[in-house]
Design a protein around this ligand. Structure first.
Ligand code: AHM
Ligand code: MG
Length: 337
């Protein structure tokens, strides 16, 4: 007998049974996100066909405007979720301000923050890209509509987080604070099926992922750490392998499965790092901690930071627990080798 196929819907419903007080809104929200992911996945899969299908770049054959994929993904996320009555507001890496729910729709008790298509500069080279999302509970109490205060909550308060990777297959990975689960999209039936149950990140990494082209823009402590990872030592299984795609979701996903440390530290050009706290660092930090790993700025736990701006950037060191802790010792100047 083949193993039962567990769809994401069934999995979410079963998880929800552990919380008898749950209304089902949160489960439905996750399912709505999975639906948006399927549409984005469909468009991403067609990306290389644009020229062949007779599109001219800005206009398609019907004379309609062809949207850039990241704008398209941003739109899909909004339109799949604006009318559901489960959100009080949203915020997207693609948009300057908080996104309000149109007046004609009901509002709800959750807040959704998302990066609709991360790594989009890689699309033309057919490299994996992803969607990242973070869910908070509404905390403001003025009316049904959310405020900036609802969006600017520290990461440890997330009710859920996840990402979708558009890679050799499309996968959705999520946590609701009770372990990390991965689902692979079966395109023949259009369903996400449970493929990675209770993901745990190895405590020690084999891989480091960073843009080493920035080496001479890093401070000495960061340079010392990367030099340490490259120095051969049998006992500590060094040197580590270097793997850097330049697509955060893809680099993170590989490290989550195989063990690895990803670093985007501050440098001379990006004094606060490059990645965004709300749309990238917080959701991935929640996932990695749920899988047994850790995420830090080099001196502070990511999930404890109080955000002060929707598009705040933050240095990010994330992955296998022992490695991120060790990196902190180097970043603090407590170790040089
Ligand atoms: P984006 O949000 O503009 O797509 O940029 C984020 C991407 C991440 O996916 C990736 O980790 C990083 O930028 C790569 O940056 P760099 O090219 O500086 O190495
Ligand atoms: Mg991004």
């Amino acid at each position: 007998m083949p193993a039962a196929q567990i769809t994401i819907e069934r999995h979410i419903i079963e998880q929800q049974k552990q919380f008898p007080q749950a209304t089902g809104d949160f489960s439905a929200l996750l399912y709505d996100i999975a639906f948006a992911a399927k549409i984005i996945s469909r468009e991403v899969r067609k990306a290389g066909l644009v020229d062949i299908l007779g599109f001219t770049g800005k206009e398609n054959v019907q004379g309609e405007q062809v949207q850039k994929l990241d704008e398209f993904a941003d739109d899909i996320m909004f339109r799949a979720l604006d009318h559901t009555g489960r959100l009080c507001c949203m915020a997207s890496e693609e948009q300057e301000d908080i996104i309000t729910i149109p007046e004609r729709f009901d509002t709800g008790k959750y807040v959704l923050l998302y990066d609709p298509l991360d790594g989009s500069s890689n699309i033309d080279a057919n490299v994996s890209i992803g969607t990242i999302f973070s869910i908070h509970r509404k905390i403001s109490d003025d009316d049904g509509h959310g405020t900036l205060e609802d969006c600017l909550q520290p990461g440890y308060k997330q009710a859920g987080a996840g990402y979708v990777i558009y890679g050799s297959s499309t996968m959705m990975v999520y946590t609701a604070g009770n372990g990390v689960f991965g689902f692979t999209l079966d395109p023949s039936v259009g369903e996400f099926l449970l493929s990675h149950n209770n993901i745990r990140i190895p405590r020690r990494a084999k891989i480091y992922s960073t843009n080493e082209g920035n080496f001479f823009n890093w401070d000495k402590n960061v340079q010392n750490y990367i030099n340490y990872l490259k120095t051969p030592d049998k006992e500590t299984r060094r040197p580590y392998s270097s793997r850097y795609i330049g697509s955060l979701v893809a680099d993170f996903h590989r490290n989550l499965l195989y063990g690895g440390i990803f670093l985007y530290p501050a440098d001379n050009k990006n004094p606060n790092g490059k990645l965004r706290l709300l749309y990238e660092a917080n959701p991935l930090a929640f996932i990695v901690e749920q899988a047994g790993g850790y995420a830090s700025t080099g001196s502070q736990r990511i999930l404890e930071l109080q955000p002060n701006d929707l598009h705040q950037r933050i240095p990010l060191i994330i992955g296998s627990y022992d490695d991120v802790r060790e990196a902190e010792e180097f970043f603090q100047g407590e170790r040089e080798a």
